[in-house]
Structures are given as structure tokens and as C-alpha cells.
Design a protein around this ligand. Structure first.
Ligand code: HEC
Length: 98
């Protein structure tokens, strides 16, 4: 009985773990990499407001993964330390800011 419970709990844990460790957390990545310039709610700070941006998630993703030479720093260059998955998650997160 006890053993069965333990096995069930372990099996459930194993099912959830991969999902947790691989899901890029857009909100957390935004807080860590963007909020200091764009504001915690995307309201803008040193950088322009991002909430209700007219840019698409793909355009945001392109800017932060490849940079854009026509932009002012820091966006001439890609944002450091963001995997493509993180960048996608951040872009999707920004599109949820209203
Ligand atoms: C060091 C401060 C700083 C950080 C960190 C930063 N940005 Fe920016 N961001 C700016 C500035 C300044 C601009 C304006 C650039 C310009 O006008 O050329 C900008 C512009 C942008 C734009 C274009 C907005 C528009 O309406 O044209 C997007 C999208 C953007 N940032 C997304 C992000 C994301 C996503 C992150 C985090 C991964 C991030 N930024 C991190 C300062 C920053």
C-alpha cells in the first residue's frame, strides 16, 4: 500500500518534471532581462513602453535574437543570454501585457 503510493507519486513527479524544466518562462525571462529598461509591466522606463505594442511577437523575437542596426543600444545587438525558446516566450509574454 505504502509502496504503491510512493510509486504513484514518483511516476507523477517524473511526468511533470520535464514539462517544468523545459518550458521557457516568458514572465521570468522578461523580469530578468527586460524589466529594468522597459518597466515591470511593460509601461516603459529607459526604453519605450512595450505593452500594447504594434510589433508582432515575431518582430519582437527577431529584434532580441538578432538585433537591429537601425535601433539604438542595446538593440543593435542581440540580448545576451536568451535562448531562442526564451526569446519566443518573452515575445509571447509581451503580447499579453495590456
Ligand atoms: C539597457 C536597457 C534595455 C534593455 C535591457 C532592453 N531594452 Fe528594449 N529597448 C531599449 C531602448 C533604449 C529602446 C529604444 C531603441 C530605439 O528607439 O532605437 C528599446 C526598444 C525595444 C523594442 C522596440 C520598441 C518599439 O516600439 O519600437 C522592443 C520590442 C524591445 N526593446 C524589447 C526588449 C526586450 C524583449 C528586452 C528583454 C529581452 C529588452 N528590450 C531589453 C532598452 C532596453
Amino acid at each position: 500500500m505504502k509502496l504503491t503510493k510512493m510509486l504513484t507519486a514518483t511516476a507523477m513527479g517524473l511526468c511533470f518534471l520535464p514539462a517544468l524544466s523545459f518550458a521557457a518562462d516568458g514572465a521570468a525571462a522578461y523580469k530578468a532581462k527586460c524589466a529594468m529598461c522597459h518597466g515591470a509591466e511593460g509601461q516603459g522606463k529607459v526604453g519605450p513602453a512595450l505593452k500594447a505594442t504594434s510589433l508582432s511577437a515575431d518582430q519582437i523575437m527577431a529584434l532580441i535574437t538578432t538585433g537591429d542596426d537601425s535601433k539604438k543600444p542595446p538593440h543593435k545587438k542581440p540580448v545576451n543570454g536568451l535562448s531562442p525558446d526564451d526569446a519566443k516566450a518573452v515575445a509571447d509574454y509581451i503580447k499579453t501585457l495590456k
